[in-house]
Write a protein that binds this ligand. Structure first.
Ligand code: ITT
Ligand code: NA
Length: 202
């Protein structure tokens, strides 16, 4: 069975493949549908943006799709970058620039603070998923979160996005130091996907 993920983010696609292929699903992304439109993400929440992506892409392709809208919320930055995570530094999907900007903002807040704490701020990743079938008009939605800390030094080469700066207390490593399997077990995306599959099958 084919599942179309309404995303162009290959980091996300890798994680969905890892979770869904063992269930006998073939995961396609928008790289296989280059004619699909660019969806304007002007919602106020992850869930609104996820729904918008699923609806517009599903109606365009006339296929059932799942979309993912996700991001990083940093406590000391009042929840930023949040729904703007993909273009925090200005250029969409430039992970290196986004990570540099995050360090910059947190270091600015730390000025005058003489402690040399490697853990700079509590933070969480959030993932909203929406599954939409244009044949029935039916939508299923789910959301997952994972809490951790932003560290002052990047570590690891796995994952994508802010993973090298996101310290996971449970593993005492950054998200980028985890295998896909380990990340899946504790991540916002893993949790959201489990919830979506439960709704789909129950
Ligand atoms: P699509 O809209 O095509 O799915 P996108 O990358 O633009 O791709 P989003 O608008 O949902 O997707 O932005 C998600 C951003 O949040 C992503 O680019 C990362 O910077 C960050 N992010 C989300 N999940 C993450 C994860 O598991 N690890 C690290 N960073 C993540
Ligand atoms: Na978004």
């Amino acid at each position: 069975e084919i599942i179309v993920m309404a995303t162009r983010n290959m980091g996300k696609v890798r994680e969905f493949r890892h979770a869904l292929e063992p269930l006998g699903k073939e995961v396609r992304s928008l790289h296989e549908y280059p004619e699909a439109p660019e969806v304007v993400e002007d919602g106020r929440t992850f869930a609104e943006n996820a729904f918008k992506k699923a609806k517009e892409i599903g109606d365009f392709l006339n296929l059932p799709v799942i979309s993912d809208d996700s991001g990083l919320c940093v406590e000391m930055l009042d929840g930023a970058p949040g729904i703007h995570s993909a273009r925090y530094a200005g250029e969409h999907g430039n992970d290196a620039a986004n990570n540099a900007k995050l360090m910059d903002e947190l270091m600015r807040r730390r000025l005058g603070d003489d402690t040399e704490q490697p853990l700079l701020s509590p933070a969480k990743f959030v993932c909203a998923l929406a599954m939409y079938d244009p044949a029935t008009g039916r939508t299923l939605e789910s959301e997952g979160q994972v809490e951790g800390w932003i560290t002052s030094e990047t570590a690891g080469a796995g994952g994508f996005g802010y993973d090298p700066l996101f310290f996971v207390p449970q593993y005492e490593r950054t998200m980028a130091e985890l295998s896909v399997e380990e990340k899946q077990r504790i991540s916002h995306r893993g949790a959201a996907l489990q919830e979506l599959l439960k709704k789909l099958n129950g």
